[in-house]
Design a protein around this ligand. Structure first.
Ligand SMILES: OC[C@H]1O[C@H](O[C@H]2O[C@H](CO)[C@@H](O)[C@H](O)[C@H]2O)[C@H](O)[C@@H](O)[C@@H]1O
Length: 838
């Protein structure tokens, strides 16, 4: 483990940096913190004492910045001397250059550094500068420097070229907060003194955020579960018991894991690791409820490694990426969304491992779990396995066992399809559609204590019990409240949908055949049919361990194609509203559409279930209702209805926007040729994330208020916002937002990227582009007229069209979307189009 943080994240081999980088001044100013402060900073931080002795005398009161002196010169001199003397055998060309050649050291008093051509670097005493910076700039004392702080917004730092003698002002919230972040990281890596590249402080914010995601956030969100870390990862911040302890449940089909964990427990009794067999039928409602008295992790996939020194079989957990810093377990649809970003960042190793975990879960727990904790055993999440596996396969197909990987994922997806989504109670035979209807009893134990207070308190009063007494009595069937049973049936359903919580679903979810779920199942049907045909000779044998009773042991594509066609027709009949230009959830009990306007309407396009005409109507009618400042809002304000003290807002409703909704909408739009709209939405979202990142100390959160222009990360709904509560530096971001950022940057064009780097709003960018186009057109017109005068012809329109043609690849893509209709067709399958790669 190379992370300095809590020992939790694991840093697996990354493809992002060549290992041959030289440790010297050549060090990439944008190297990952592990490299910049960990491996490579040592030799840069020191210089020979003899060179240091050449530094000029103390600053005079006439120094350009007399009011601020973070450390008296003599103190700086002596502390630096100490370091320098101590490490005098080490050599830093940067400082040699400063004192011996290159930059000539002035004999005058300390002064501000003039900007030379060489990149500027600062020589910084970490602890002292950190203290000074916070004392001066963090006026609201939250250990973040943001636009809400009212400090002077400037701090002078000594340049490395002058051995810290000459000073240069670092100004503005963005640079100061980057300084805070860098110092916090340097401190975590144990650095006392650093040479810091200015380039790290004034880096293009889009590049910085994308870089942090790739080099820092993904590694810090990466976990594995095995004996080396079970003590930490088994800990659950949601654990409600009096004696939280590490506990792992192992399914009967994985006896080698049971033996392994038993051995780990025996070897480390101080850990108090509780290793338990899971029941044969772990999806039983009563059983899962009873496990709530002793919640624990559920074992996931491991790989066999070299035997122990005494010849015992040994294992290592496969890695996975968690949704956010507080999590230690593998989530369902978060993992899919993260995969989209991880693939952009070359981390197919992690994506492949997550698919393998999902296969393990389907095989042993019967489904992809909400997350691998005992209290999630009855509950799944939106299913994306086929798309995930196909995308990963596309990146690993050169590997010898890649086809086996795909086969296994397909077998797992088929089993999950039959036994989870097309079985009672999720499948509704009357409509032919599916619903989120997980099992379970009682109050979901993992939710925030306050979430159900308003629902349960009247019942507690009615039964003359305290709140906790009532919850206990209700959970164990000592009191009967059928209305509450219905309430929690729907609540569990909302949580399985991943959209927890929303007024779209509250008190009705289990009755709804949602657009989201049925679009996903349509996609799964298409993917399975196509994959069996393309990769497995149109005949896939189902081995006993994947076989679901009542279904064939040989799968062919035609059945899957038929299923997909059937579902598409039903969706069109029951969910499509031609007049509104939207798909709506269908209430299978009331047998009517709900009419709730939700961003999930675009999932039908993502899956390819919408006809081109329907897609066009959605762009014309649904998009304007849901497009706001920061991209796509979860649902319309009108559909959500009024909120207030008695009807609090819900995090998956207006005005909040979530990364998965953005990602799926962009991909949907591109799939049907609406690249201009996809780019605009991606721009809005990336702009909003970047703006918050720049103004609020590098914050990246779980969800945003997409209608808020200044501080969109401030979300007060339900449990607040994951990712906003950090000290000094955000080290993980949030999984699916990280993914949306790097994925979205693949969608916007080069001009947009530049404008985003300058934190330009969409409206300004649009005006600028239109103005530039108009100017260019006027210029062309002028030239054409001149030309026409000379040749006596008028072909202005042709010239305008020609000169408006963009030159870069991205521009051509955008241009085609704007001017050409040839790409507006339906695409299916990976590898066919840009959409497929996205
Ligand atoms: O504790 C409340 C809920 O927390 C999770 O839901 C939210 O976070 C998940 C992880 O990012 C995400 O998958 C989900 O869409 C979010 O709403 C958890 O999944 C819920 O089961 C839990 O009740």
């Amino acid at each position: 483990m190379s992370s300095p943080k809590a020992g939790l994240p694991i840093h697996t081999t990354t493809t992002s940096k060549p290992s041959t980088r030289r440790v010297s001044l050549e060090l990439d100013p944008y190297a990952s913190p592990a490299e910049y402060y960990g491996k490579s900073h040592g030799p840069r931080k020191v210089a020979k004492s003899r060179t240091y002795s050449a530094v000029s005398p103390p600053a005079s009161p006439r120094s350009p910045h007399p009011p601020y002196d973070p450390q008296p010169y003599n103190k700086r001199h002596s502390s630096a001397s100490r370091v320098l003397t101590k490490h005098s055998e080490q050599h830093d060309p940067a400082l040699d250059q400063a004192h011996v050649g290159g930059y000539k050291v002035s004999g005058r008093r300390s002064s501000h550094d003039a900007q030379g051509n060489a990149p500027r670097r600062f020589l910084i005493n970490v602890e002292q500068t950190l203290m000074d910076l916070l004392a001066r700039e963090d006026t609201d004392h939250n250990i973040q420097i943001t636009i809400e702080d009212s400090g002077p917004k400037t701090i002078p730092l000594g340049t490395a070229a002058s051995g810290g003698y000459r000073r240069f002002d670092v100004r503005g919230t963005y640079m100061l907060s980057n300084l805070l972040q860098e110092l916090t990281l340097a401190k975590k890596y144990g650095r006392k003194q650093i040479v810091l590249d200015e380039a790290r402080l004034n880096e293009n914010p889009v590049n910085r955020m994308a870089r942090l995601i790739k080099d820092q956030f993904w590694p810090n969100l990466t976990r594995r579960i095995d004996g080396s870390n079970i003590f930490q990862v088994a800990k659950d911040p949601k654990d409600w018991t009096k004696d939280p302890r590490p506990r792992i449940y192992v399914p009967r089909g994985a006896p080698e894991q049971y033996e392994y964990y038993k051995r780990v427990a025996a070897e480390h009794p101080d850990m108090r690791l509780d290793v338990q067999w899971l029941a044969e039928d772990p999806g039983n409602d009563e059983y899962v409820r009873d496990l709530n008295a002793a919640p624990g992790l559920l074992a996931i996939e491991m790989e066999r490694i070299e035997d122990t020194h005494d010849g015992k079989p040994n294992f290592r957990g496969l890695p996975f990426v968690v949704p956010g810093g507080r999590f230690n377990e593998l989530y369902g649809w978060d993992s899919y969304m993260e995969t989209l970003g991880l693939l952009v960042n070359g981390r197919e190793d992690l994506c492949e491992a997550m698919v393998r975990h999902f296969c393990f879960c389907i095989r042993h727990y019967g489904k992809i779990l909400n997350a691998n904790r005992s209290y999630y055993l009855c509950r799944s999440q939106p299913p994306f396995l086929t798309d995930m596996a196909l995308r990963v396969y596309d990146h690993i197909k050169h590997k010898p066992d890649s086809l086996e990987f795909l086969r296994r994922a397909l077998l797992a997806a088929i089993k999950d399809y039959y036994s989870t989504w097309m079985s009672h109670p999720r499948y509704d035979p009357v409509s032919g559609l599916s619903r989120y209807v997980p099992g379970g009893l009682g109050v979901p134990p993992e939710t925030e204590a306050t979430h159900f207070v308003h629902i349960l308190t009247p019942y507690a009063k009615k039964h003359n019990m305290t709140f906790n007494e009532f919850v206990d009595a209700y959970n164990y069937g000592h009191v009967f409240e059928p209305d509450l049973d219905q309430y929690f049936l729907h609540d569990r359903s909302v949580r399985e949908s991943g959209h927890d919580t929303s007024y779209r679903l509250e008190k009705v979810s289990a009755h709804l055949a949602t657009v989201d779920l049925n679009s996903l199942l349509y996609k799964i049907e298409c993917d399975i049919g196509r994959t069996i045909r393309a990769f497995f000779g149109d005949s896939l044998t189902i081995p006993p361990e994947w076989h679901v009773k009542g279904h064939s042991t040989i799968e062919t594509s035609s059945n899957w194609d038929r299923r997909a066609t059937k579902r598409r027709k039903i969706m069109e009949k029951l969910m499509w509203d031609e007049e509104k230009g939207m798909f709506f959830d269908y209430n299978t009990v009331k047998k009517e559409q709900t009419g709730y306007e939700s961003a999930t309407t675009f999932w039908a396009m993502w899956a390819g279930a919408a006809t081109p005409k329907q897609a066009n109507m959605m762009v014309q009618k649904a998009l304007p209702k849901l497009e706001v400042h920061g991209g796509l809002v979860s649902g319309s304000e009108e559909s959500r209805g009024p909120v207030g003290i008695n009807r609090p807002n819900r995090q998956w409703d207006y005005p909040f926007g979530w990364a998965p909704q953005q990602i799926l909408a962009w991909t949907s739009l591109i799939r049907y040729g609406f690249e201009e709209e996809a780019q605009r939405l991606a721009y809005r979202w990336i702009y909003m994330c970047t703006k918050a990142f720049v103004d609020f100390n590098g914050v990246v959160v779980e969800k945003y208020d997409v209608t808020r222009q200044i501080d969109p990360h401030k979300v007060t709904a339900e449990y607040g916002n994951q990712g906003s509560d950090f000290k000094g530096v955000a080290t993980e971001g949030f999984g699916w937002v990280n993914a949306s950022y790097v994925y979205g940057l693949q969608i916007v064009n080069a001009h947009m990227k530049r404008a985003l780097g300058a934190v330009t709003t969409w409206d300004t960018f649009k005006k600028m582009t239109e103005a530039a186009d108009a100017e260019e057109a006027a210029d062309v017109l002028k030239k054409a007229n001149e030309h026409d005068k000379s040749v006596g012809k008028v072909h202005v329109a042709e010239h305008v069209r020609y000169t408006a043609l963009p030159h870069s690849h991205e521009d051509q893509v955008a241009h085609k979307a704007m001017h050409g209709s040839e790409e507006r067709k339906e695409h299916h399958g990976p590898g066919e189009t840009k959409a497929a790669h996205l």
